[in-house]
Write a protein that binds this ligand. Structure first.
Ligand code: NAD
Length: 516
């Protein structure tokens, strides 16, 4: 493969698919369209290498992960150029993707060895006193990781280091829209001389489906529609599926919020990555007491956002293109639907003439009859609705099939937290947006149609890629035990007495006295 920034990247053999530049629609690359046979062969190679990987133990495995991190950072500029080429992001949004590599890999390398150690468990009840109990974690041999296009490097990196640290081999499938940077990062794993426990296959949805057919556990991030199809197939194969799906996050701004912070946070939370973040601010509920000022300041700030793709790495654009023309169509459809139903655009509301650009947009006079307030937009829009009370804000925020995250803005920490606990979402940020996903110590996962399971959260981040093996030993190993054969009335009687004596809660039942 060649990795120049000018012409298309090409591969030699077999069927291919095109990757198009979001900047101008030109063909940026052609990559192999891997079919089921290729995927099965990759799975077989990974399965062959996995037992030795598991035997290495977590410390040695983490050494390879840290070596890989060095490689990623040594090749940072080249990888980020690929991210920008395939996603059309501004350089500021692009640069964020290597930060995640540093955070995740350091985190997992620091903690995985202790998280994977056997856990001793105290036996329950006097009858089990003589048991020696341990829980041992063994990896799923082969984990599939299927990812979307919004963060070409970040998305695979949020999962794969944890699975590798757990001792699993990983078959990864990046989005067909943005496969370039990740294919190269996965090649880096081979280049550092690490065992062959990570492979990247490329292709469309069918390639993803072939991955699901080969693996022992699937970690998926993407749309609710695809997640549901994967859950069905996983159920047929009886393999676990961890699903991170779509969202429609609400931002609730109370009347006592720090207005400067709320305005700046709304604009960043709604527009970062051109709004293509699963936990973007997708809809806002603002208390009537501050609504007018909030709306006017947000509009002013959004109108000043600089849009474009600064391929010269100059940080002169705030937000870039959207990944696909289809995504621009969805955004425009939501805006047009809102306008047709009586909403007003205060700024933006137009698509670019060339490339996948949509101007950052503020919508007001919106309500829940409009798609912009109920369906995932995944674009640079801020639809703002006035609310008269906390009650109304909570009711509207919870009026959604999604339950990924949300945010509450107030100077009163107790008030904000109490309100946050009433939201039906897997996470809530207080006086901030988007930051929940970066907190590795707490679970990140969606409720309702936003997902199943959680992406990470302390020890769970690694242990989710393992199966729990219960080791039940004996402290005192007698020649025989009371309930072993032959059964006798004496032993059965002693057992029955012991069960009552140790398990009942009053003296009459403990000594088996008849009921009065
Ligand atoms: P998508 O569901 O269209 O595709 C995601 C991946 O699934 C791609 O790699 C695709 O090739 C693959 N795929 C498609 N059909 C498949 C099938 N039948 N079996 C297996 N794999 C298949 O999603 P997208 O458009 O790439 O991404 C946008 C969506 O991702 C949005 O809904 C967004 O909210 C969601 N997302 C969620 C999170 C989260 O953490 N909850 C994070 C980022 C994005």
């Amino acid at each position: 493969m060649t990795t120049t920034q000018s012409g298309p990247i090409t591969h030699d053999a077999g069927e291919t698919f095109e990757v198009r530049s979001p900047i101008d629609g030109s063909v940026a690359a052609r990559l192999p369209l891997h079919g089921p046979d290729h995927v099965a062969a990759a799975a077989a190679r990974l399965r062959a290498a996995q037992p030795a990987w598991e035997d290495l133990g977590p410390k040695q495995r983490c050494k390879y992960l840290l070596q890989w991190l060095d490689w990623i950072m040594d090749n940072e500029r080249r990888l980020l150029d690929l991210v920008q080429k395939e996603s059309g992001k501004s350089w500021g949004d692009t640069s964020f993707e290597s930060v995640v590599a540093v955070q995740i890999i350091n985190y997992v390398a620091k903690h995985a060895p202790k998280w994977l150690a056997d856990v001793k468990v105290k036996p329950d009840g006097l009858l089990n006193k003589t048991k020696r109990l341990k829980v041992h974690a063994r990896p799923y041999p082969l984990v599939g990781v299927i990812t979307p296009w919004n963060f070409p490097l970040t998305m695979p990196l949020l999962d794969i280091p944890f699975a590798l640290a757990a001792g699993a081999a990983v078959l990864s499938k990046p989005s067909e829209v943005t496969p370039l940077a990740w294919s190269e990062a996965a090649r880096g794993w081979q280049e550092i001389g690490a065992p062959h426990v990570l492979e990247c296959v490329t292709g469309l949805g069918a390639t993803g489906a072939a991955v699901v057919d080969q693996v022992d556990m699937i970690q998926f991030t993407g749309s609710t529609r695809t997640g549901r199809a994967i859950a069905v197939r996983a159920a047929e194969r009886l393999i676990p599926a961890s699903l991170e799906l779509g969202g429609k996050d609400a931002m609730i701004v109370l009347d006592d919020a720090d207005l400067d912070r709320a305005v700046n946070g709304a604009v960043w939370g709604g527009l970062f990555n051109a709004g293509q973040v699963c936990i973007s601010v997708e809809r806002l509920y603002v208390h009537e007491g501050i609504y007018d000022e909030f709306v006017s300041r947000v509009s002013e700030k959004v109108a000043a956002i600089r849009q474009g793709t600064d391929t010269d790495h100059s940080f002169t654009n705030d937000i870039g293109a959207m990944a696909t023309p289809a995504q621009v169509d969805i955004v425009d459809k939501h805006v047009q639907d809102a306008l047709a139903k009586g909403a007003r655009v205060l700024t933006g509301g137009t698509r670019g003439e060339v490339g996948n650009y949509y101007a950052p947009t503020v919508l007001v006079d919106v309500d829940h009859n409009m798609a912009c307030m109920t369906e995932e937009t995944f674009g640079p829009t801020l639809p703002i609705m006035k609310v008269g009370s906390e009650e109304e804000a909570v009711r509207l925020a919870n009026d959604s099939p999604y339950g990924l995250a949300g945010s509450v803005w107030s100077r009163d920490a107790k008030r904000a937290e109490a309100l946050a606990k009433r939201l039906d979402t897997g996470g809530v940020t207080l006086n901030n947006a988007l930051t929940g996903v970066a907190q590795m110590g707490v679970p990140f996962g969606g409720w309702k149609s936003s997902g199943m399971g959680a992406r990470n959260g302390g020890a769970y981040s690694v242990r989710k890629y393992t199966r729990q093996q219960a080791l039940v030993g004996e402290r005192v190993a007698m020649k025989s035990e009371m309930n072993w054969y032959p059964t006798t009335p004496e032993n059965a009687g002693k057992m029955a007495k012991a069960v009552r004596l140790l398990g009942m809660h009053d003296w009459r039942r403990r000594f088996g006295k008849p009921a009065r």
